[in-house]
Design a protein around this ligand. Sequence first.
Ligand SMILES: NC(=O)c1ccc[n+]([C@@H]2O[C@H](COP(=O)([O-])OP(=O)(O)OC[C@H]3O[C@@H](n4cnc5c(N)ncnc54)[C@H](OP(=O)(O)O)[C@@H]3O)[C@@H](O)[C@H]2O)c1
Length: 424
Amino acid sequence: MRIGVLGCGNVGAAFVQLVASQADAIEARTGIRLEVTRVAVRNLSRDRDVNLPEGVLTRDSHALVDDPAVDLVVEVIGGIEPARELISAAISKGKPVVTANKELLANVGHELWALSDARGVDLLFEAAVAGGIPLIRPLRESLRGEPVTRVMGIVNGTTNFILTKMTEEGAEYSVALAEAQRLGFAERDPTADVEGFDAGAKAAIIASIAFGARVVAGDVYHEGISNITAADIAVARRLGYVVKLLAIAEQERGADTVAVRVHPAMVPIDHPLASVRESYNAVFVEGEAVGSLMFYGRGAGGFPTASAVLGDVIDAAVNLCRGTHGEIGSFQRVPVLPIDETSSQYLIGLDVEDKPGVLHAITGVFAENGVSIRAAEQEGIGADARLVFITHGARESAVQECVRRLRDLPVVRRTSGLLRVIGE
Ligand SMILES: NC(=O)c1ccc[n+]([C@@H]2O[C@H](COP(=O)([O-])OP(=O)(O)OC[C@H]3O[C@@H](n4cnc5c(N)ncnc54)[C@H](OP(=O)(O)O)[C@@H]3O)[C@@H](O)[C@H]2O)c1
């Protein structure tokens, strides 16, 4: 099986090394010899972490796809173009494609999956959502008969690293971000990670696969972690929670809508997701019959991601040899619930005046907006008085209106720390 690899960066170079080291074992198990015959890059003179025989490296990625000496294409360039064009060309030529490209799939995945189904060619993407953690195949195959109701995950290692530092060392956001950048866990421009774009793209793919719904990145509400303070995290800890950036995809049984969102949330300390530290990722899947499952591991990094790419390459190679292919199935056009119509529990912090009647005025606003209080406590006294409320499940729109009204109360000096809470 002659493989053409588009891109030789973190993932591509690790993939080429894995093929070299595993080819004998894979051949012994499957009877198929994998060989990387072409590798396309942008810059031929760049030093690579991998030794490639003379003539393998090229700048002409279109020629790689067209090359009759390439049977199967791995796309690890990233971005939408030219990845989309190259993948479409490979599939049209009947060549299976394996990709790790979340941005591409979250935006034009449905077009490419439709093309691969129509052409009867594999387009596999296990590495695109959670790097080395198997998630797509379990959702597509093992859980095929399962009415999945919710998939909730920590799918961005950069933000989980930052939140871990803030939780365990009491660091402020900017300090934890600087450390993540120094250690190579965050990019110099961290926007895609810290503002939730990366997790939003992954949430779109997860929702598409879990619910057979046509969800794209633009449908996903996302909030990042850059407004989270060490004080928010300290309050959450004291109440028995840790703060995590979660990607959540939900579909109630029988509902004709899906809810897909990314935001920081307070997770009960005894929930399995609460113990996921540093740059690790984990995805928690809930189904009616199977109950709760958790998939945990390295959600990024060259070798973990290349391991998932290699698993897909072996599957696609075996299918090609047998003249068969996996089917992704159809995706329904399902409305995505606007964030205003979703429900959650919330933590609301209020800096207030410490005098008689304050609690009465505030709870009156909660009641008028139909938001029921599950727990409340006062921290500090006098000028430092602060009230913290945790609500029962309530509609986002009602909670936002409640917070707006609370801000207008003369006894409320400041609202702070509005955080969603994952139920027990
Ligand atoms: N890194 C991870 O941990 C991780 C995890 C999960 C998924 N992914 C996904 O895997 C993909 C690759 O990520 P990466 O971290 O390996 O990226 P990277 O280190 O930036 O490597 C990208 C590679 O693509 C090459 N390239 C860029 N444009 C090209 C073009 N037009 N034609 C041919 N080659 C081109 C680059 O060539 P030069 O080397 O010459 O510049 C480079 O070798 C992305 O879709 C990413 O989202 C990455």
